[in-house]
Design a protein around this ligand. Structure first.
Ligand code: FAD
Length: 504
């Protein structure tokens, strides 16, 4: 008899949801995590603090109100790191309480400390206090230990002038200038937040472009906005070293350029947290990036040990980790469950934000799938004017073969929420006609869907009208065909593209 039916290692989104799902099935469950990390990377150093920081930046800088009240509008003129972190700490505290409470009310035991395997069914959980040492056996395990920032050997991180994306939350002041190394999602989110705070940001990225999985038009818009806030991009450049003195840093690039800045933030990928687990004692291994391989049911090569969340790699999002945890627990205890839908949204919380779901134009073009695009710009929406967003846009990609929605790409205010409307329609196999024929609240940003849908419909209709005319001209002359007015002079075909898109 084991101590527990399920032992979960790591209390981030994947671990929490695995524990709660198993507890709801009536299983005896324990979760182990380090004392100061309840809720995982997600709550303590990743998703929640970064998104709260963003909200604090938006509010205190008055950034989103400047179109209304002018470029000098501020809620607070001198924004200190204390102002920013007060909100972050408050939200982290609340979220930790929520996670702890959810686990406790589902009778999940919380073991504080670092867990390591001593054999395939036994872990030791060691805390920092004397005698803080538990040996626990379990029938099944879920490893949800997440990742930590990867740190290149050539760079000395001091937590003050040279920081990684965890340490950025411990800065003691808002830097006047900053080099961000790595233009991935985390790097570019922080770059945009510091730029909004007035920090002079230089982004260094070894690839020739950034966010290449997103719609290129949207990425161009983001770059335009960031440049407008004095962000400099250095693409196809590699950092060779970072020099630090008491007055600041110099980032040396392989091309010979030298960039001075108060602070350097590295955001160069993440590494699976598996070193402390002593996986070999459980008969498991991790790859060179610390990741554990799993099958479609999140089961590792050892049958009773599952792994979920960032430690298994792509897509490494809190949103997916939660469902992976739930599904792993269901599979472990034979509870029937459906697989996750393939259609998943991506949200990038830059300022302004980006979100998309489904296919990109580039993908469809390379697969020779015919499509048409409908565009709506926030500046033409009443709600866009009300919230002061003139740059936002929503793009629909629609199949010209059957009018189904293939992709939705949003840039601007509320993009990460708005995307779900398109996702729901796509998930149900819906067509653009649903949006054309549906009344939406007015004035809202959701109205962008209606405008973009009418835009696509008009373009598709133009092609159809052309085809119709071609087939009428090819047909043998009739006495009085539909395009004839009886005088032998053809009626002009209306130009559907120039029809108003919506609202007028
Ligand atoms: C800056 C940043 C911003 C992000 N923004 C978003 C976002 O906007 N949206 C989104 O969906 N995702 C976002 N993510 C990703 C998201 O945070 C992760 O996908 C998510 O936290 C992964 O969950 P997880 O279950 O793998 O566990 P994690 O949250 O990674 O937590 C793992 C836990 O395991 C614990 N642990 C590790 N080893 C041991 C051990 N041996 N014993 C005991 N405990 C151990 C750790 O202490 C930690 O608490 C962001 C990440 C970062 C870094």
């Amino acid at each position: 008899m084991y101590d527990y039916d399920l032992m979960v290692i790591g209390s981030g989104p994947g671990g929490q949801k695995a524990a709660i799902a198993a507890a709801k099935l009536g299983k005896r469950v324990a979760v182990a995590d380090r004392g100061n990390m309840m809720g995982g990377v997600c709550v303590n150093t990743g998703t929640i603090p970064s998104k709260t920081l963003r909200e604090a930046v938006l509010y205190l800088t008055g950034f989103s109100q400047r179109e209304m009240y002018g470029a000098s509008y501020r809620v607070k003129s001198e924004i200190t790191i204390g102002d920013l972190l007060a909100r972050t700490q408050h939200v982290i505290g609340r979220e930790v309480e929520i996670v702890r409470n959810q686990l406790m009310r589902n009778h999940v035991d919380i073991l504080t400390g670092t867990a390591r395997f001593t054999d395939p069914h036994t872990v030791v959980v060691e805390g920092t206090g004397r005698g803080d040492h538990n040996t626990v056996t379990a029938e099944k395990f879920v490893i949800a230990t997440g990742t930590r920032p990867a740190r290149p050997d050539v760079v000395q991180f001091d937590g003050e002038r040279v920081v990684d994306s965890d340490q950025v939350l411990q800065l003691t002041r808002v830097p006047g200038s900053m080099v961000v190394v790595g233009a991935g999602v985390i790097g570019i989110e922080y770059a945009s937040m510091f730029a909004a705070l007035g920090t002079k940001v230089t982004v260094v990225e070894k690839r020739p472009q950034m966010l290449d999985f997103c719609d290129p038009e949207v990425v161009e818009s983001l770059k335009f906005h960031l440049r407008d806030q004095a962000v400099t991009f250095r693409f196809s450049e590699e950092v060779s070293s970072v020099e630090v003195t008491d007055i600041g840093t110099i980032t040396n690039l392989a091309s010979g350029k030298r960039i001075p800045a108060e602070t350097v933030m590295y955001s160069a990928g993440r590494q699976g947290q598996t070193e402390a687990l002593d996986l070999e004692n459980a008969g498991l291994t991790a790859d060179n990036r610390g990741r554990i391989a799993v099958d479609g049911h999140y089961r590792s090569s050892v049958e009773h040990i599952y792994a979920v969340g960032d430690v298994i790699g792509f897509p490494a999002l809190a949103s997916t980790s939660m469902d992976q945890g739930r599904l792993a627990a269901y599979h472990a205890f034979g509870e029937p469950a459906r697989e996750l839908r393939e259609l998943q949204p991506i949200g990038i919380y830059t300022i302004p934000e980006i979100s998309f779901c489904g296919r990109t134009e580039e993908e469809l073009t390379s697969e020779t799938v015919p499509y048409e695009v409908g565009l709506s710009r926030y500046r033409e929406l009443a709600r866009g004017a009300i919230v002061g967003d003139s740059y936002g846009m929503l793009k629909l990609i629609v199949s010209t073969a059957d009018r189904t929605l293939l992709g939705v790409h949003v840039f601007g205010t509320n993009a990460t929420d708005l995307v779900h409307i398109g996702q729901a329609i796509m998930g149900c196999g819906g067509t653009v006609d649903y949006l054309v024929d549906t009344v939406l609240n007015y004035p809202t940003l959701s109205e962008a869907y209606k405008v973009a849908a009418l835009d696509v419909s008009n373009k598709v209709r133009a092609v159809e009208a052309f085809q119709h005319r071609q087939s009428t001209l090819a047909a043998p002359p009739s006495v009085a065909g539909p395009a004839s007015n009886g005088s032998g002079i053809s009626e002009p075909v209306p130009d559907p593209v120039s029809e108003p898109a919506a609202g007028d």
